[in-house]
Design a protein around this ligand. Structure first.
Ligand code: GLA
Length: 412
């Protein structure tokens, strides 16, 4: 016992600064919100492309849509400005400055507008000296920038990883995270660290370290506005399930990148698939679109509280994929509510990414629904309780092309 205590004292006295862990208490469920990049991209050519302009008007329009149109009640909370928001030069004190034309009242004004409506504000920087789009980056300015973001009232910071080597990635994310902590303002820390390690430097990310220092992190390539890009993201999470799921849970999330709703890209069934896979993964749900372009059907999905409850389940389990056929994956997620302290609820999402329908037959029991009292089954998209089942009944369904059937089993 005494020896153990000596060890503790030694550990705390000699704990080097750069291994201070992120412990901000944030993102206990996967963050939900909106981020500019997916649809608006850089958005800095406002005269030539006014419909893709990243400016104050756009951000306030998203805030108003969240506040007035039911998104906030469904859990959408963070409004995040991605790359290309700043002036090309820092001010005379070395501080970042918001683009004076596009954000004439500055970022504090936007933060106040967001906070007044009970929502949260996110911003972006890069770990190198410039951002991916060549705007000023944070390298060499971690302390100043952390303070600037805190002073502005930022609640979430996305930190990209362009243009630096592996060593910088592995050290700088930790250093910047500790500067964010030192501001005393809790900010969700979203890192792109593993993406760059794996896909730019062809190395294996240290997810143990990443998950100790970041609240969420990008795993894979940027989502594109076309359906095959989504299929590749799903495949990545299927292929890497064992490793990714180990480091995933409250406060630390793998991030498959944005939803592409509201961009006229997906059919209704494809939009069902994207949202189903994301909630099953317990992934962050970040929209990126003109909020007025979200279709009535997409809005219904985004405001389907049974679906959102699966995504926001406090256990934060990443669904396990089971390949039932070449193009059919059954995702299984254990979640709350529980019956007593033994039997969980389970969601089953049967995803077919083929252009043909597939008939599927399986026994839910072998994936965990083994309560002898049986289950009541909800179809998550229609939101109907469709039947009660005993624990050994099979499920037989035909899943249409590019579609998903999603059932939740609640223990009786
Ligand atoms: C990278 C990121 C994107 C976006 C852009 C901005 O590509 O992965 O999400 O932030 O940079 O330049």
């Amino acid at each position: 016992m005494l020896r153990l205590c000596f060890c503790c004292v030694f550990f705390f006295i000699f704990l080097p600064n750069n291994v201070k862990l992120l412990d901000n208490g944030l993102a206990r469920t996967p963050p939900m919100g909106w981020m500019s990049w997916g649809y608006y991209m850089c958005g800095d050519h406002c005269e030539e492309l006014p419909e893709k302009c990243l400016d104050e008007k756009l951000i306030l329009s998203v805030v108003d849509a969240f506040y007035n149109e039911g998104y906030q009640e469904a859990g959408f909370e963070y409004i995040i400005i991605d790359d290309c928001w700043s002036e090309r030069k820092r001010d005379e004190n070395g501080r970042l400055v918001a683009d004076k034309k596009r954000f004439p009242r500055g970022m504090k004004f936007i933060a106040d507008y967001i906070h007044a409506r009970g929502l949260k504000f996110g911003m972006y920087t890069n770990i190198a000296t410039v951002t991916c789009m060549q705007y000023p980056g944070s390298f060499g300015h971690f302390r100043t920038d952390a303070k600037t973001f805190a002073d502005w009232g930022v609640d979430y910071l996305k930190v990209d990883g362009c243009f630096v080597g592996e060593d910088v990635l592995n050290n700088a994310y930790i250093k910047l995270g500790s500067q964010l902590n030192d501001t005393g303002r809790p900010m969700v820390y979203s890192c792109s660290w593993p993406y760059y390690i794996q896909y730019i430097h062809s190395k294996v990310p240290d997810f143990e370290a990443i998950s100790q220092h970041c609240n969420m992190w990008r795993n894979y390539h940027d989502v594109q506005l076309y359906w095959p890009a989504l299929k590749m993201i799903f495949k990545h999470f299927e292929d890497e399930y064992e490793e990714l799921s180990r480091h995933h849970g409250p406060g630390k999330w793998n991030d498959p990148d944005m939803l592409i709703f509201g961009t006229d890209t997906l059919t209704e069934s494809q939009s069902r698939v994207q949202i189903a896979v994301y909630v099953m993964l317990s992934a962050p749900l970040l929209l990126s679109c003109d909020m007025t372009k979200i279709t009535a059907y997409e809005k219904k999905l985004l405001q389907n509280l049974d679906l959102m409850a699966v995504g926001q389940d406090p256990l934060g389990v990443m669904a396990r994929p089971h390949k039932l056929q070449e193009s059919v994956t059954l995702w299984v997620k254990r979640h709350l509510p529980m019956k007593g302290n033994k039997f969980h609820s389970y969601s089953f999402a049967i995803v077919n990414v083929d252009s043909q329908p597939h008939l599927i037959y399986f026994f839910p029991k072998i994936y965990g629904t083994d309560s002898k009292d049986g289950y009541t089954v909800m179809d998550i998209f229609s939101r109907d309780f469709i039947k009660n089942v005993t624990f050994h009944e099979p499920i037989e369904v035909t899943v249409p092309p590019d579609d998903v059937i999603m059932y939740t089993f609640f223990p009786l």
